[in-house]
Design a protein around this ligand. Sequence first.
Ligand SMILES: C[S@@+](CC[C@H](N)C(=O)[O-])C[C@H]1O[C@@H](n2cnc3c(N)ncnc32)[C@H](O)[C@@H]1O
Ligand SMILES: COc1cc(O)c2c(=O)c(O)c(-c3ccc(O)c(O)c3)oc2c1
Length: 310
Amino acid sequence: MLNNNDICANDQLIQAEVQSWDYVLSYVLPSCIKCAIELGIPDVLHKNANPIMSLSDLVANLPNLNPSKASFIPILMRILVHSGLFNYHQQQGDGYSLTGVGRLLLEDDPFSKRSFFLFAEHPVVLNTTVSVSNWLRDDLPTAFETAHGKSHWDYCAEEPEFSGFFDNAMTSDSRLISNLLISDCCKGVFEGLTSLVDVGGGTGTVAMAIANAFPSLKSIVLDLPHVIGDRKGTGNLEFIAGSMFDKIPHANAILLKWILHNWSDQDCVKLLKKCKESIPSKEKGGKVIIIEIVMEDNNSNGSNLFKHNT
Ligand SMILES: C[S@@+](CC[C@H](N)C(=O)[O-])C[C@H]1O[C@@H](n2cnc3c(N)ncnc32)[C@H](O)[C@@H]1O
Ligand SMILES: COc1cc(O)c2c(=O)c(O)c(-c3ccc(O)c(O)c3)oc2c1
């Protein structure tokens, strides 16, 4: 048993205590970001900070803030300043402005990540994340099924409100990535292709950018019927509703952006075999282009575990 003097001298314990508060309170920041977005703070700052906006002007311009809650805004702003989303300018007469990452919370920024923040804090997602330990104890394939009784995709087909949040989140990421894909650093991948299927291509943001950048390349978006809806292509862009596990249209190339990570290894093998059936051989120019977030394997322990199991 440690006495008080031992605790005082135990640097490791003090450090662990500090670190544990970081973990315990880590739920605060995402909920503050959601709150700021829903109150319209980033957009109000963007329109009115010239170059900074005072707290009283900010509070007066928030469209749906109940006046009785105005005194809570400084603490919200303090958390968001501390986290690097807003700047606080003390020398220039007390005021706020947006930082570079804060700009990504704007509704109309071309690379806005707003929808991803709102999706990540959606109650359906939060209920999934708190179900992980139950999922590890039951025999269902995903934590989503443990929490909601059906797969994420079946749920989306039945719940247009949640499906909209998900599709908007994916679209927000695709805007930045599609600009990158057609830029000098990546466009070589598409040169010489005459057709491409964006499998699970969602609302078509990436396929549309590729179709515009390469007029002689036909871009096809394949996704589930509730995502394609009544989207119609134009010119060299086509939308097809269907399941990638049934049939993938024939093309020179297939794009899989953020698809494989959603599926088990067995399903990925099934899907990649379907892809192979739909493209020419490698020698004849066929290719599958995969875009995923890759974790670096610097201290190998975690990912080696996975390698042993698969
Ligand atoms: C993580 S999202 C990625 C969307 C898009 N590729 C992107 O990066 O923004 C996965 C997509 O796969 C689609 N999807 C899921 N199951 C599918 C299936 N069986 N056939 C076709 N698309 C499917 C979903 O509707 C969703 O649009
Ligand atoms: C880079 O961040 C990503 C990328 C993705 O492709 C997905 C994704 O596909 C996904 O289903 C989900 C997801 C997470 C929790 C849920 O409860 C849920 O219904 C869906 O999150 C993602 C996050």
